[in-house]
Design a protein around this ligand. Structure first.
Ligand code: NAP
Length: 284
């Protein structure tokens, strides 16, 4: 048996086209990004986000601050963007340089403009099952599962990784869709036993090949979030041979990655709706 590939590209393109139509109706939308320092990987991500924004008619504002920026200066920039009426969404590219408290910066972003969904208010709303802004990667994963009509009600879902950006939020979304959710992490005693139970497996670890083919239940749906740059190119968390065992599997690259950016754009439209009073903002 060879798994069906869950291609994120056509779905992401459809979502971007929907966003472009919505932007045309809403009028001018602004997305501000802040990059502190000159990390090359972050620069690539920021450029991709700007390109995608421009394509759908969202105006990006590219704020680049030097590596030596103090926490106070960064916070001031965030507060200015919070008060700027031309800005609907704010994204602070992580990781921030040493010496800047990420938690403090994330808390400073106006929750209504927090298109990354990292602010504690947004994280809390997700926990309560009343999502306001939800991080793009978990949203993208759920959209892919829906696109490929994966049954979630009653399914055994296993999430490997418990980050605030992917693991925890995707686990909450799966729980809200009535899956029975297990979250694994670096201290999980028997990862193989947990993974073997999964009808739906989400691997968000960042360790290439940590999920071996023989760990995966035959016919399972496998979402590989991991992206690691290696000498042999980009690698996911799941060994490629799993394609002969899974029912559905995301390719790396081309699976979850394109969905993340599409969902960021969708979140920016959502932020604009919240700000214009077209949609009630949960939690306020
Ligand atoms: P992270 O913050 O580093 O979290 C990694 C998680 O994996 C942690 O919870 C860690 O456990 C767990 N872990 C580490 N080694 C493990 C092991 N051997 N067995 C089981 N669990 C283990 O990473 P992240 O931000 O969630 O990102 C995860 C991966 O997804 C990365 O490769 C990242 O590049 C990728 N990613 C892709 C996209 C996309 O758009 N495709 C978006 C975001 C992230 P502890 O909590 O115990 O340390």
């Amino acid at each position: 048996m060879t798994a069906t590939l869950m291609d994120g590209r056509p779905l992401a393109a459809r979502i971007r086209a929907d966003v472009a139509r919505e932007v045309a109706v809403l009028g001018r939308l602004g997305l501000a990004t802040i990059l502190v320092g000159d990390d090359p990987a972050s620069d690539v991500y920021i450029r991709a986000k700007h390109r995608a924004s421009t394509e759908v008619g969202i105006e990006p504002r590219d704020l680049r601050l030097p590596e030596a920026t103090s926490e106070a200066e960064l916070l001031r920039t965030v507060f200015e963007l919070n008060a700027d009426d031309e800005i609907d969404g704010i994204l602070v590219q992580l990781p921030l340089p040493n010496g800047i408290d990420e938690t403090k910066v994330i808390r400073a972003v106006d929750p209504m403009k927090d298109v990354d969904g990292f602010h504690p208010l947004n994280a809390g709303q997700l926990y309560l099952g009343q999502p306001a802004h939800v991080p793009g990667t978990p949203l993208g994963i759920l959209a892919l599962l829906e696109e490929y009509e994966v049954e979630l009600t009653g399914a055994e879902a296993v999430v490997v990784g418990r980050s605030d950006i992917v693991g925890k939020p995707v686990a909450h979304l799966l729980l809200q869709r009535h899956a029975t959710v297990t979250i694994c992490h670096s201290r999980t005693r028997d990862l193989a036993a947990a993974v073997a139970r999964a009808d739906v497996l989400v691997a968000a670890v960042g360790v290439p090949g940590v999920i071996k083919s023989e760990m995966v239940k035959r016919g399972a749906t496998v979402i590989d979030v991991g992206i690691t740059r290696t000498g042999d190119g980009l690698r996911g968390d799941v060994v490629v041979e799993t394609v002969d065992r899974a029912g559905l599997i995301t390719p790396v690259p081309g699976g979850v990655g394109p969905m993340t950016v599409a969902m960021l754009l969708r979140n920016t439209v959502r932020a604009a709706r919240f700000r214009r009073g077209l949609l009630a903002f949960p939690g306020r």
